[in-house]
Design a protein around this ligand. Sequence first.
Ligand code: MTE
Ligand code: HPA
Ligand code: MOS
Length: 753
Amino acid sequence: MSVVGKPVPHESARGHVTGEALYTDDLLLRFPNVLHAWPVCSPHAHAWVTLLDAAPALSEPGVVTVLTAADVPGEGDTGSSRHDEPLFPKEVMFHQQPVAWVLGETLEAARLGAQRVCAEYEPLPAILTIEDAIAAASFLSGPCRIADGDVSVIESSPLKFDGELMIGGQEHFYLETHCAIAWRDESGGIAAHSSTQHPSEAQEMISRVLGIPRHRIAVECLRMGGAFGGKEVQSNPWVAIAALGTWKTGRPVRVRLTRALDFALTGKRHPFLARYSAGFDTDGRLEGVRISYYSDGGWSLDLSEPIMWRALFHTDNTYKLPAAELTGLICRTHKTSQTAFRGFGGPQGMVVIEEILDQAARRLSLPPDVVRERNFYRPGDITHYGQTVKDADRIQTIWRQLKVSSEFDRRRTEIERFNQSHPHHKRGLAITPAKFGISFTAQFFNQAGALVLIYRDGSVQVNHGGTEMGQGLHTKIQQIAAHGLGLPLEAVRVMPTRTDKVPNTSATAASAGADLNGAAVADACRQLCVRLAEVAANLPEGVPFAQVCEAAYRQRIPLFAQGYYRTPNIHFDPKAGRGKPFHYFAYGAAVSEVEIDGFTGDYRLLRTDILEDVGESISPIVDRGQVEGGFIQGVGWLTLEELVWNVQGHLATAGASTYKLPSWSEMPEIFNVDFLQRAAESGVVMGSKAVGEPPLMLAISVREAIRDAVAAFGDGGPHSFASPATPERVFFAVQHARTAKRTSNDLKEVIRR
Ligand code: MTE
Ligand code: HPA
Ligand code: MOS
């Protein structure tokens, strides 16, 4: 009986709920002589550091030393895509940026020491908004561009309109804040525990900063208490400071950000501004679209470029763009360096096209679901970047099935009746689809390795390059390995991720963790099975696995194997804006219903129905958790979570008291989650599809349902509001809808034709 496809609980579920599961900071107990680190933070968003005198801090009891640029034996920079993130900056680039780090016997000593470091600054003007960055031509890189077809058709389209949409960022708010512990190993090299999605890059950064080769460094990640993209590269500086502190003092050093520091110092989802013009025919079929995206990249480049590319790649969502001209510019602002966040730019691009389609529908007095459907890809259609959507029929299948199972049409009629009899409360209903490209868009990241060890008693250890952040990767790997060796789940143990077991790994990201590492593990298991089958052939039938392993050992057959996988046939040329960047697409759709209180703008999410294509699920409970969690995280982004920077560039929403997270009360009152059946994907391990990020974008159904309800306060005409749709924004949108009359010139134009 295979354990793949069985609804097994997350391998650490017990530990998660009992508190027994250990995280990086829990390992502190193993280091009795550890030093604690606290940063000296700049009070300005942009400034020259004119003086840094650490001496006063050294007289603070318990302070051991202060780390400054003078202590760096290698290169003092932890920028991932560009060397543009000095650990000890001369020019401060965002409010609270660390300029030095104090090491103390206790955290309190380090914190008091940091207050006593004498730092002087010469403040400089700060750029704090996308608009200001555009005006100052402050960009982190050249434009990204994808163009296809002749967009001049927009000018002659029967329906033409322009618009602008501001989309806010998002704080990751992983429950476990950033943490790293480093120490000298017995060879004098560096060992580190790091809460990171990318242990190999932690190793690279330690090597860079200390100027020592990578074989002297070993980094381990046991598990993370959530990451969501926020620990893909943003974990680098903390592990580098811990390693540098260890290098200087010879003692273990722990860096753990408090929630307030984590908010202040680490990057968030990119805010985006989109300026568009779109042309449609009178049936609501898109003829052409031109969009200029501006993302707020913050102070350094980070992953902003591939994130912008993913926004451009996902502007089509599930729709054929007959003509498109998409450009993206990354603004340099004096804020935290914005970074990967579940969806990686895809969600921003998809929100924009859904906005445009809804605008068109309301201008044409057509139901938005009909306009969406009319623009769907057909099988064999080619995207604006040249990739064939070979299984586009799944979009239609999911759409039709979900409309039936959610009773879309019946509820539509019921809601209209409700709205007619309730002047101050309106309900809205929306169905939105999602298509998400699976693969890292940089080809070389799409590889993975594994090392599978069988012991003579038949028990198995699996090492692979992926990290566990709660998403259930280790659970799936355990299932794949047990399946691959024909063993029960308990016979297989997945080990903590270590750079000295599998080298040169990619970040666990792009939802590809199970696809890549799972395939590498399956490869290793296949090799072991071949070897063991030969041994078993000479043994009586029905001999237990352990006995076969013992026999193999005695015959001097190796009981361990390395596995490897690289995704075939993917490529993309950024200069041409053409290629096949994705191995396949993950699909889904959601129907959401909301009710708005017109007096306050407050709303409730009454019901959500989701149909997600996860291929053949390896682990249905894990996948369900990913769909539910991803969706709710998307709802938070689009409706509640608002980052506010004040005019000095201070983040005014730097804690759970001012930054509203979704909680139990924001769950849909009725929540139905289903998987598309008989959906095995060929060419992927176990026929399963990636599930980590795609469901987040189903939350767009909530934004669109809110829009539908707002429109019901007026005459149903087009309207727009920035994201997130907080009750405040919804209130003003309702005020606007109540008074606005459908006088759009565009519409008259259409009617005249
Ligand atoms: N689920 C949990 N519980 N915690 C997380 O941090 N990160 C998400 C997603 N689901 C995350 C999560 C992100 S951003 C990605 S890319 C994927 O998990 C990464 O894991 P995978 O590739 O194994 O799906
Ligand atoms: N997705 C997520 N993370 C990444 C990517 C990507 O496409 N490229 C580099 N890091
Ligand atoms: Mo996920 S944003 O690719 O870490």
